[in-house]
Design a protein around this ligand. Sequence first.
Ligand code: XMP
Length: 504
Amino acid sequence: MSVVILDFGSQYTRLIARRVREAHAYSVILSGTTSFERIREESPHAIILSGGPRSVFEAASPHPDPRIFNAGLPILGICYGMGLLVQHFGGTVLDLERRSFGADRLVRADGALFEGLRPELPVWMSHSTGVAALPPGWSSTAETPSNPYAAVASEDGRLVGVQFHPEVIHTPDGLAMLHNFLRASGEPFDWTPEQTLERALAKVHASVGTDRVLLGLSGGVDSSTLALLLARAGVDHLAVFVDHGMLRLREREKVEEALRPLGVRLETVDASERFLSALAGVVDPEEKRKIIGREFISVFRQEAARRGPFRFLAQGTLYPDVIESAGGEGAANIKSHHNVGGLPAELGFELLEPFRTLFKDEVRQLATLLGLPDAIRLRHPFPGPGLAVRILGDVTAERLDIVRRADAIFLETLEARGAYHDAWQALAVLTPIRSVGVAGDDRRYGHVVALRAVTSVDAMTADWARLPYDVLDEAARRITREIPQVGRVVYDITSKPPATIEWE
Ligand code: XMP
């Protein structure tokens, strides 16, 4: 089943897409003013009109192509979308005297949308307009203590408007409501991880045929899953893993051990000397990133030429990177395509992006089906420039060795104490500070290592992880014992903002 979501600028539009997929239907977001011809290309079985910051009676408010209303498809209008439905079919929408934001409850709920649910339900409101008069033949199917039109439906029940937001978690039965709405399409709920995998395999097959595919493998979840997908699809592929010398301890071996047995044709390129000499004497963090990016592309280009020709470059681009959605003005605001892994398209390949329609957690589900070991699937994120941005100052072989060992000890300790998944990301930083200490009877003038562990959902904001003292204690003792150059360990207790997760 396929669902088109027309976006009128709601902050929740992506959430609607996620929830529809959780209900096992495929969803795609299009700008609210998209033409009917373009909408039809998606072969939708139902349409959802999102909320939005405008009011439908404002002169410049965005409206959908009116042909959607006569296409015979079930349509759900949420908030602003409800206003569009009601207005189109001859009802009236007005400014509410009392704006309604936040938790509310339905005191009556009947009709197909609420089938199987209790008649009294908590819901989340966020609107300032409401229905004043229903279109002819329509009825109210739910009310709150202050709003007799919390949900409305056409006579045949296929056109439904809700004043509240079923897509947010504060409407606990929202997923069940979406499921009930989608049932009106009569289509099977077939967007399951297994079906998604089948479709992705079929797509790769159909587009690649007997041509060759090159993949830049970072060892992260997306590119590792993509490598497994290419292997499972049986296409002629080569995954190139560039070891830039700033990886975690045994990183390269771990990636090889995880992917080779699963049929991935993997070449690792040891380019560490080249990267280290390009970085010699560089202390500015942005400069480090630029040099690493440049060297990476140049190594990759060399490998491609040496092992080519390849027709396709496979990339793990995800749906959030390519969603086209509307701003509040109804103007299309198309997010510029960004190449995962930073590889420029002008390398002369055709791009193969089998995850373009998937969200991150859907890729994780594919990873499970494809057998990606948990050690890779569930691990903390790691920045592309690697340990180079965790050494404040000059990157040298000796400093890399110190920070790599400190990082390994910290992560090992977290794993051994069952605290690894309490942190979204954990890391060690080598600071440029030296401090005085005592080792046995000797004075020690050692490096200061900072440990950082954060909780986060999307890395946009983060808080420092309240790790148990004994876990921190063990990590600090092991680091100072096993790495003699380190004299002191500190724990970073800054949130993001104002700090960032990495120190550089
Ligand atoms: P910050 O330090 O900005 O990091 O709070 C947020 C997340 O992004 C990762 N990170 C990077 N990833 N290249 C990457 O691929 C980079 O240059 C880079 N810098 C930071 C960081 O590890 C964290 O997960």
